[in-house]
Write a protein that binds this ligand. Structure first.
Ligand SMILES: NC(=O)c1ccc[n+]([C@@H]2O[C@H](COP(=O)([O-])OP(=O)(O)OC[C@H]3O[C@@H](n4cnc5c(N)ncnc54)[C@H](OP(=O)(O)O)[C@@H]3O)[C@@H](O)[C@H]2O)c1
Length: 267
């Protein structure tokens, strides 16, 4: 399917690897111009070269840590300077640490509120006026199925993502008439570096080897997933490209799950 994304420009945050990268890969295959962000210029340059090789009209990497609001302003300016506009904005970042609700501290809440809520809203607010003026725009939040069914040991993620979801739902209603759609693309368990990091944390906690912890983690997740396995980044990114396309112009204010059927509820 030609998604008509050849003349579009996209800023994909957290685009060096994992889920952000999977959306960037899918957009690159459609010939979209890309700017990606992350924390390390070397990793960004490597990813940008790979995206150009996949078909991106252009690909530029910009260092911008979501811990800083000012970095979000710089990132928005750099993306517009590199591509002339930002038609598609993918809001994404690294995931917060695991903790239960009883363990969660106020310092953690404040720190991750910046990453998950304040910085994404700041950069969206900077780029939305031009999207609305042009009458076309797409905002996609890389979310989590924890936004529909809280995950017991991810209290920080559950708590703060509820806020970005409420913001997206509210803002999507304000900009829909201007041709701007806003959706959450919610992964269940997709095997990325984050999965490996959480296995490494389990290995340290239980004093077992990494491979054993990873096998345990994947088997435990698979047991809760009707598909019987965790997903791959290649099964996640293409839905991001679809949501970014003209063909998805009537889908807004929605949460789309890519979870192998993990969420059993009917909403
Ligand atoms: N994978 C899953 O199954 C899953 C499930 C539910 C929710 N999620 C959520 O989806 C998001 C992405 O997860 P992932 O699995 O793709 O993780 P990942 O493989 O660790 O990738 C994270 C991306 O974000 C960038 N990043 C990390 N910290 C950053 C910071 N402070 N500022 C700017 N960029 C930063 C990383 O780039 P650099 O390292 O190059 O800076 C990388 O490109 C996370 O919020 C995660 O919690 C993932």
């Amino acid at each position: 399917m030609d998604l008509g994304l050849k003349n579009r420009t996209a800023l994909v945050m957290g685009g060096t690897k994992g889920l952000g990268r999977s959306i960037a890969d899918a957009l690159a295959e459609e010939g979209t111009a890309l700017t990606i962000s992350g924390r390390d210029q070397g990793r960004l340059d490597e990813a940008a070269a790979a995206l150009r090789a996949k078909g991106a009209t252009s690909a530029t990497g910009v260092v911008a840590d979501v811990a800083s609001g000012d970095a979000m302003d710089h990132l928005a300016d750099a993306a517009v300077a590199a591509m002339g506009s930002v038609d598609i904005l993918v809001l994404n970042h690294g995931g917060p640490p695991q903790c239960t609700a009883s363990e969660m501290t106020e310092d953690q809440l404040v720190k991750w509120f910046q990453h998950i809520v304040v910085s994404p809203i700041r950069i969206a607010n900077k780029l939305l006026p031009a999207m609305r003026a042009r009458g076309w725009g797409r905002i996609i939040v890389v979310g989590s199925t924890g936004m529909q069914q809280p995950i017991p040991n991810l209290a920080l993620s559950n708590t703060l993502r509820a806020s970005i979801w409420a913001w997206l739902k509210t803002m999507s209603g304000e900009v829909a008439k201007d041709g701007v759609t806003m959706n959450v693309l919610a992964p269940g368990t997709i095997h990325t570096d984050r999965t490996n990091e959480s296995a490494a944390a389990t290995a340290r906690r239980k004093n077992i080897g990494f491979e054993e912890a990873l096998a345990e983690r994947l088997a435990e997740a698979a047991g809760q997933i009707p598909a019987g396995r965790v997903g791959t980044p290649g099964e996640y990114g293409p839905m991001g490209a679809f949501l970014a396309s003209d063909k998805a112009g009537y889908i807004t204010g929605s949460m789309i799950r890519v979870d192998g059927g993990r969420i059993r509820g009917m909403v």
